[in-house]
Write a protein that binds this ligand. Sequence first.
Ligand code: PDD
Length: 285
Amino acid sequence: MTTAFLNGDYMALDEARISPMDRGFLFGDGIYEVIPVHDGKPIGFSLHIDRMKKSLSAVDINLDWTHDQWCDICDKLVDKNGGGNLVVYLQVSRGADTKRHHAYPKGITPTVFGFASEIAASPDGEETAVTPLKISSAEDKRWRRCDIKSTALLGNIIHFQKGQAAGSDETLLFNVAGEVTEASMSNVFVVKDGVVMTPPLDHQVLPGVTRLMLLDMLRKDGSVPVEERVVTMEETRHADEIWLTSSTREVAPVAQLDGSPVGSGEAGPVWAIAHRLFTDKKFDY
Ligand code: PDD
């Protein structure tokens, strides 16, 4: 049975209750984080909490909990949910109002919710244990504040669902100028002639923690050049390798884009370097 955290208390997930007037429920007026835990240890915890604080501040949800408070909740959720390999989900909504009105209500208390669910162990270092993804592409129809990790994910969900219906594992997104933004639930890396490229951070892209960690690892390692720069769909279609990164996928190689093989159609040699680095270094973050 999953143990959840709701507004200061721990309880069975199916006993957790919020008001239907909660603005998270009515408007998607909330912020969330997904923190991976492997062997009972959270990965990139402080980076996730830093990003959550930035997102909360971007939408004026006032909750000045410290890193230590969040750390305590995360540790307890891990502990109460059996440790091992989990994702800890944390969400803060603006709270429950008495009426439905667009304006931010004054004086309401944010609703804080968390739970943990099991995930598979990461395929540490085992390159052959990783199945490369088949992805499709679509024009990015989401809002222009994708840098905020909002619970209002309908745009992402529609993109993901369309990809799934077409038999793909994820949907890579591009803007009206034909530039790659990210994917419906991951960031994108492209490799050409040995150079690793990823779109720069702006309002079109979630500043992924896995992206940040991988960039840092690759730069410190220094064996492959890395560029944060605009990457076009045209370049992506001729890439040697494409990878997707997220807290749940880590660094996932892509075998097919819109039915055509990416490079050799298998996980590439630069991905193998990135995968090895991520496996070895992720517990340092
Ligand atoms: N999604 N871009 C989008 C749109 C995402 O939803 C995610 C993660 C990422 C990668 O971010 P990170 O490396 O910090 O996980 C990029 C999470 C896992 C989710 O919504 O379930």
